[in-house]
Ligand binder design. Structure first.
Ligand code: C2E
Ligand code: MG
Ligand code: MG
Ligand code: MG
Length: 288
């Protein structure tokens, strides 16, 4: 039972050591790894797209591509589970390449169908940043789809930055020079020092959902959210809140000057046709 395995793995950590009585867990995990390798070879994934909304106008200002893996036996495996596994197994570079190509292909198709160009966020894992062919692969994905670099926003997390700061700054700078936007994902959960924020060519900071979740309940989280918004404003960085689910959270964010919103309050991640309908209903406004 996959849910149980997942619970056990989370309980004992990603590299958890299991007791012999739980030997079957190891076997399942091994099977999942093999299946992931096969899926990666075949590009057996799909993408959903979650709208980013400018709450001042209620219009869509961007979206984020989120990978999905539907396994015939295991069912839907969450990215929170298979992305770390892909990183461990050295599969994240080809998997990430598939995501980037597919997101660009979809965006080009939407544009041909008449959608106003809007920026697309694609998550980038640490090993992808380190990979020597990153820049070529990004160029190729855009060129193949016939898209301008300005429509792409790459979302990176803090922890890789601290491990390889020189390399990261150099890679990110080269991406920025092409006109690609960069977002710092899950901000506040990692270990990067605030001084990196100044050195990194980041356009937008995404406030992690763990802080947003407790707005209205936890004064400390509210203080952190307010501080992040103020800091972004004084650094001249854009700010977006993730995981916004309630009108109370939204009101708080608006009151404190953060109006770029992503979360179930507006929409869950959607299949392409549903994303099209959402955009059709809400309209579009600039890019965030
Ligand atoms: P993330 O990049 O921070 O993406 C946001 C996650 O929060 C998504 O989960 C999204 O479905 C979820 N979410 C959005 N709004 C809400 C909300 O209001 N409430 C709650 N509870 N959740 C919300 P998902 O799709 O399961 O992805 C989880 C993580 O897996 C992502 O976090 C990202 O780190 C990683 N991931 C997903 N797709 C990719 C990918 O293509 N490449 C890489 N490298 N990582 C990916
Ligand atoms: Mg993200
Ligand atoms: Mg995030
Ligand atoms: Mg809390």
């Amino acid at each position: 039972d996959l849910a149980m395995i997942e619970a056990k793995e989370q309980g004992s950590g990603r590299y958890g050591v299991y007791h012999t009585a739980q030997g079957s867990v190891r076997v399942e995990r091994f099977a999942l790894g093999n299946e992931l390798r096969r899926a990666t070879d075949r590009g057996d994934f799909s993408l959903q797209y979650q709208p980013k909304v400018d709450a001042l106008s209620g219009r869509v200002c961007g979206m984020e591509a989120l990978v999905r893996w539907q396994h015939p036996e295991f069912g839907a495996v969450s990215p929170g589970r298979f992305i770390p596994l892909a990183e461990e197994m050295g599969l994240i570079v080809p998997l990430g390449r598939w995501v980037l190509n597919e997101a660009c292909r979809q965006m080009a198709q939407w544009q041909q169908a008449g959608m106003i160009p809007i920026r697309m966020g694609v998550n980038l894992a640490g090993p992808q940043i380190a990979h020597e062919r990153l820049l070529q692969e990004v160029d190729e994905a855009l060129a193949q789809a016939g898209l301008p670099a300005s429509l792409l926003d790459l979302e990176i997390t803090e922890n890789f930055v601290i491990r390889q700061p020189e390399l990261t700054v150099s890679k990110l700078t080269q991406l920025r020079e092409r006109g690609i936007s960069l977002s710092m994902d899950d901000f506040g959960t990692g270990y990067s020092s605030l001084s990196y924020l100044k050195r990194l060519p980041i356009n937008t900071l995404k406030i992690d959902q763990s802080f947003v979740r407790d707005i209205g309940q936890d004064r400390d989280d509210e203080a952190i959210v307010k501080a992040i918004i103020v800091m972004c404003r004084s650094l001249g960085i854009g700010v977006l809140a993730e995981g916004v689910e309630t009108s109370e959270q939204l009101d708080f964010l608006l009151r404190h000057g953060c109006h770029h919103i992503q979360g179930y309050y507006y929409s869950r991640p959607l299949d392409p046709p549903a994303l099209w309908d959402f955009v059709d209903q809400h309209g579009m406004a600039g890019s965030c």
